[in-house]
Structures are given as structure tokens and as C-alpha cells.
Ligand binder design. Sequence first.
Ligand SMILES: Cc1ncc(COP(=O)(O)O)c(C=O)c1O
Length: 373
Amino acid sequence: MDLFNVYSLFNVTPVSAHDCTIVDNKGHEYLDMYAGHAVVNIGHNHPKYVSAITEQAKQLTFCGTSMENPLQKKFAERLGKMSGYPDYSLFLCNTGAESIENALKMASFHTGRQRVIAFKRSYHGRTSGAAAVTDNPSIQSLYNRVHKVIFVDLNDIATLTRELETQKVAAVIIEGIQGTGGVHTPSKEFMQQMEDLCHKTGTVLILDEVQSGYGRTGKFFAHQWAGIKPDLICIGKPMANGLPCGGVMIAPQFEAVRGRYGTTFGGNHLTMAAANSVLDVLEEDKLMANALAMGEFLKEHIPASSRIKDVRGKGLMIGIEFREPVAPIRQKLLTEKHVITGSAGMNVIRLLPPLCITQQECYAFINALKAVL
Ligand SMILES: Cc1ncc(COP(=O)(O)O)c(C=O)c1O
């Protein structure tokens, strides 16, 4: 059997890694400026993380969801405190898209409404409802298009007001910072007005922090820069630094109905050991402060060039928009300078390095970019 051929691959075969360095099967070292789509936030193979999952694997990796699992309780309590949401509860699942599906379902059950507002350039995943609220028709089949979704321009408060005042909208779903759509941050004023409107119209506000959350922007969640408090927060990618993990953080007014939500693998022992160690490292190594400092450093030092149109983002979620397609630039960075980057659309290089990146590694990236340009 062959693999279902859905990914564009670089011709690199990683075999090991540490911190922000990936080593391939020929012994070449690469600087990782992408952390596997913002997943490896504490860096590759942190000794504490490796030891936590190794020890857990020796004890118990999986036992299902019908028995007590103290690792989940420890994690939820810890996450609530660290993120500033101690009074919320946590539903554990396995991926970002699964988190989005559950949040949309919770909002619809809670309000008794069906319609959802999403934003132009959004990305929320590829499963049924997640693809429906993603502004990309090329990933939506007819099957996805049965959901009732309206796309509004980011920061367009007038249209949002008109839609929400119908009092027929179950939820507004928005990314803390739009990642896949090109690294676009909603304005603080818009976020605050949207929160207010949601309260007034009984609409659930869902913040998708799957990519922008977990310290990447220098606060635990990107939306915290706007000082707002959503009803549901979707988390995923970096929760277990590479083991599949997702979650929905849920405000107290939502009812936990037995049997309505569930998953086979969510919150298993091995993943929870990893997730707890990620929070330990995030705190002990002061990675949120480092993300903010290194992010500012990178943005300041990205070379001035007539080929670059804009540099934007917050902390270590950075978009460099070019006036030309970035594929050849990224290819050169990889093959000539051994630097791994991401993209967002045709013209944006997306940087999402591990939050433990050093100033020396930032310099290495800047110098590589200068040379390639
Ligand atoms: C903002 C956002 N939401 C949801 C998802 C979906 O997450 P997953 O790929 O784990 O299903 C992604 C993945 O890139 C994302 O960036």
C-alpha cells in the first residue's frame, strides 16, 4: 500500500532533534523556525519532557475514559491557573479540529441556534464543521457546505453587529491571530466590541488559540492582549509538544451533559504526562517572556528590502509578506542555509519557531535571510 499523497514534501528526512535544531539522515543540521506548525513550543527533546513520557510509558500509557485519571485533573488545574482561567472547565480531545468541532457543538446546544459567524482568511481545520468555518472553498466538499456559516471581514464591526442583532447566531469563531490566512491580528477595539456584542445578543464567543496560544505571543493566549474573555477557548498543537492533544476550555455557564461529548483517546495517560511536563517547562524556562523578547528582536532585525512588503505578528508568530511568491526563497533557505520556515498563502513566510529560541539562533536566521535575498 502507498501513502495517500496529500502533502508537499521537502526533500529532507529528519532523524533526531534537540532544542531548535533538527538533524537529517545525512547528519546535516537545520535551524527550525517553524516547530512543525507551532507544535514543538518547548523545543525538541527537552530532557524533562523526554523523561516524563519515558517514565509514564513504563507505568501506563492508556486506560480509556471510564476510570479516574489524576493526571488529567492535575493538568486542568495547572492549565486553568497558568492561563488565567481557573474557573473554566476543560474538555480533552486529540487535535485542533476536534476541539473546534466540539466548541461549535457546545455553542449550538447552549444557545439552541444553528448559524455561525467566521472571518475571511480564517483557518480552523479540515473536519466537517471546522472546514465549514474555514474561509477556503478548496477544502470544503458539498458535505461541508451544509453548515450555516457567514464569513465577515476581520475588524468589520458594522456587519458583525447587523448579523448578531438578529439573535439567530449561535457563535462567533475567531483566531487569536490568523495564522494560515497570513498572520493577521484582529484589532483590540474590534475584539472588545465583539465581546460586548456577543454578551448583549446571547452569542457564544469562541476563540481559536490552537496556533496562537500557549505562550507563543508572550501572553498565554493572544486574545489576552485585547483584554477580553471568550466563552470557549480551543487549544491544540503545542499542548503535548508533538503527541496529539486538543482541548476546549469552557466558561462556567455551560452544562456538562453526560454522553453528549466524548472521545476514545483524549486525555490518555501518556499524553497527559507530556502535557504536564510542557507546562512545567513553559514556566521554569520562562518561555513566554523569551517568546516576546525574541519575537521583537526578530522583527527589528529582519532586513529592509524592496522585496518585503510587510512584517507583522506578535511574539514568535511572525509573517513576512513579500511582493513575490516565497516558495523559491524558502527553498533556498532550506537547501543553501539549512533553515526551515513555513508559509501562509503564496507571498508570506510564516515564522513559528520553538519558544526556546536563542538570540544567536535569531541572528543565524536573519543572516541566512539576508544572504538569500
Ligand atoms: C488556528 C487553527 N485552528 C485549528 C487547526 C486545526 O488543528 P489540527 O490540524 O490539529 O486539527 C489549526 C491547524 O493548523 C489552526 O492553525
